[in-house]
Design a protein. Structure first.
Length: 122
């Protein structure tokens, strides 16, 4: 765990991190080293969502094996779009070309999901 590193990162396997940028994008970076404070030194930026995305994303969490990123998807904070009360859970491969896929949460409503915090894959 790193403190005072910016932005908030989620590890994607041992040598990569993912993070939210702005309200509508998730990026993956390779970790090439560490600063004296222990913060990752990052390189090789990859955009995980289409450049045309305008819908809000939150809390990207990388899968420890490096194969997927889970995140919340919501248009409630996007100007000019209809407000909605809940969020949906999506996954995307960290390759920069895959389309996000909605996860069917049969026992959790979108409203319940919006009050939860994504922390790690189990």
């Amino acid at each position: 765990m790193q403190f005072n590193c910016n932005p908030v990162l989620s590890w994607l396997g041992p040598n990569a991190v993912v993070f939210q940028s702005g309200h509508d994008q998730i990026y993956k970076h390779e970790v090439t080293g560490r600063t004296k404070q222990g913060c990752p030194i990052e390189d090789n930026e990859v955009r995980l969502l289409p450049a045309t995305n305008t819908v809000g994303v939150r809390e990207p969490v990388g899968k420890p094996d490096g194969t997927q990123v889970a995140f919340k998807y919501s248009n409630r904070d996007v100007p000019g779009q209809a407000s909605q009360t809940g969020e949906s859970l999506y996954i995307v491969a960290p390759d920069g070309v895959s389309q996000p896929t909605k996860v069917n949460l049969s026992n959790i409503t979108d409203q319940q999901l919006s009050s939860m915090t994504l922390m790690k894959w189990v």
